[in-house]
Design a protein around this ligand. Structure first.
Ligand SMILES: [Zn+2]
Length: 545
């Protein structure tokens, strides 16, 4: 299938400019494979380097096979007053194994005057000669016209001359860049149309989200004729980030009816977005369009009833199309219908009477500070307790946590736990970075012999809130935590006047929810599917409460 719009991912270069982003060569390789499985056409791997340490990624990539994607090497137009063939950076590009090279160059006179101090005509030669050199070396070249929209606003004639120089030198695609994120969709659309009319060559679009319209600008450019979209996974990137390909792709396919990826690949979107978050050590944004945990979450009786009758009433696309699930939020507002629908999603039959009991139970718990909207794991367990489908993983005999602070300022934490699993007593002690971490370590040490899958679960989010509004008993602490098996993430909740007790309750729920029927199998299958059988799961962020 020839895609109508090509996806060009720059997570490994522009995305890595984002705050706190840092990946090893091996992790970058895993990102590349995840992108390939999603159907991304071009994966930009960054600058090739002459430094062997920095070149590790190119070495790894050269040995790999990709189903869909081609690797793109990135570089700049030649230095001024140098011949292209004498420019060491261009030589590295020519020598790299990558079949495609993207060259970024200037189009905005302001930059020539204030930043590079290169004469406008010399800049045109730099563009043309660099592209011609790489083309002659057998590379396909994409020209990234840096600051194109700013340049076009300032001096459209010169901006177009830059593009023409690139096209005539053999670039197969001219990508218009909104490098500062200064433009709005209408402007992007009009400029893209004007370039198409003037040059008639294939165009691409590269936008940033500084004005909150990175995705909108990309779509506007596509509607005006661009056939390649550059962006990053989950919108990573410096400042406010790049255009988010995770949002762009479903919009192209589902809203604009354009073919981008092979059938079935769009359904990998959610797991790919989360997997890459995991590799990059970023907590998935629950409100992210299409793939967020809340993207198809419904609260309130009327919404829920509508969705149950016909999903189109309150949903813009089918969640399964992007590999997401519908979430029906549970709250005081909702009645039996929500609870029954939720139970059905978890594969449980819940009769009217049991559903009514669950609703009563939820109401009672919510009045003491519980809130199940973000705690789907705990809610699953709650339903199972009502249907008799619940068996605890272990019986607690006791636990003890010691926090010791020394004169030197050092703080040490240790937890000891005594539990019974299948009639056997397990006693374990563990140190941790905090009381909850120590408890988690001790509990898991005691239990993984029986349930090895629990070793793979990662605590990815830990939130503590003091609720003073809870009735009667004074302030209570609510702990919400998210546990992940690398594929699915679920929430668990604990409420108590004691923060350790609240954390413990949430921790136990999160582990028990991780062992619910089907979850372990799904995690294994989908992970192997996504990564190839020999790959493990990435490290997830572990907050240290
Ligand atoms: Zn950029």
């Amino acid at each position: 299938m020839v895609p109508q719009v090509q996806l060009y991912d720059t997570t490994l270069r522009d995305g890595m400019q984002g705050e706190g982003m840092s990946l090893s060569a091996e992790e970058r390789l895993r990102v590349a494979h995840a992108l390939d499985a999603l159907g991304v056409h071009l994966i930009e791997a960054g600058f090739p380097s002459s430094n062997p340490k920095e070149d590790a990624l190119y070495k790894l990539l050269a040995r790999e096979r990709f189903e869909n994607a081609e690797i793109v090497a990135f570089g700049m137009t030649r230095r001024r007053e140098t011949r292209a063939e004498d420019d060491p950076a261009l030589r590295l590009l020519a020598d790299s194994f990558a079949p495609v090279c993207t060259l970024v160059g200037k189009t905005w006179r302001l930059h020539l005057e204030k930043v590079t101090r290169v004469e406008p005509d010399e800049n045109l030669r730099m563009i043309a000669e660099s592209i011609a050199f790489l083309s002659a070396q057998g590379k396909r070249v994409i020209y990234d016209a840096e600051h194109f929209f700013d340049g076009y606003r300032d001096d459209p004639d010169y901006a177009l001359r830059c593009l023409r120089a690139a096209a005539e030198a053999g670039a197969e695609n001219l990508t218009l860049c909104d490098t500062n994120g200064s433009s709005l969709p209408r402007e992007v659309g009009e400029a893209t149309e004007a370039v198409t009319a003037a040059l008639g060559v294939p165009l691409g679009i590269h936008t940033h989200d500084d004005a909150g319209v990175g995705v909108a600008n990309s779509l506007a450019a596509v509607q005006a004729g661009a056939a390649l979209v550059q962006g990053t996974m989950n919108g990573y990137g410096e400042r406010c980030g790049n255009a988010n390909l995770v949002t762009v792709l479903p919009a192209l396919e589902l809203k604009l009816g354009l073919r981008c990826v092979e059938p079935g690949q769009l359904a990998r979107l959610t797991e790919t977005a989360h997997l890459i978050d995991e590799i990059c050590n970023v907590a998935p944004n629950p409100d992210q369009p299409y793939v967020g945990r809340n993207a198809f979450a419904h609260k309130g009786g009327m919404h829920v009833a509508g969705v149950v009758r016909d999903a189109r009433t309150f949903e813009h696309v089918e969640p399964a199309a992007v590999g997401n699930d519908r979430a029906l939020l549970v709250s005081e507002l909702s009645g039996k219908g929500t609870v029954q629908a939720h139970a059905e999603q978890s594969g449980l039959e819940l009769g009217d009477e049991a559903a009514a009991r669950v609703v009563d139970r939820v109401k009672a718990l919510e009045s003491t500070g519980y809130q199940f909207e973000a705690a789907d794991g705990s809610f699953d367990l709650l339903i199972r307790r009502e249907t008799g489908d619940y068996a605890p993983l272990f019986r607690l005999e006791s636990f003890r946590v010691i926090v010791e602070k020394r004169e030197s300022g050092r703080v040490e934490t240790e937890a000891t736990i005594k539990i019974w699993v299948n009639g056997e007593r397990h006693v374990r002690t563990a140190e941790g970075d905090g009381p909850v971490n120590a408890l988690d370590c001790a509990l898991r040490a005691a239990i993984v012999e029986t349930y090895p899958h629990l070793r793979d679960l990662e605590l990815v989010n830990f939130k503590v809130r003091i609720l003073d509004e809870a009735k009667g008993s004074g302030a209570v602490t609510r702990v919400l935590l998210d546990m992940s098996d690398g594929v699915e993430t679920w929430g668990a909740i604990g409420v108590s006047e004691n923060i350790i007790e609240a954390s413990w309750e949430a921790l136990v729920d999160s582990l028990e929810a991780g062992m619910l029927p089907g979850r372990e199998e799904r995690a294994l299958a989908r992970r192997q599917d996504a990564m190839g059988a020999d790959e493990g799961v990435g490290t997830a962020p572990v907050p240290r409460p």
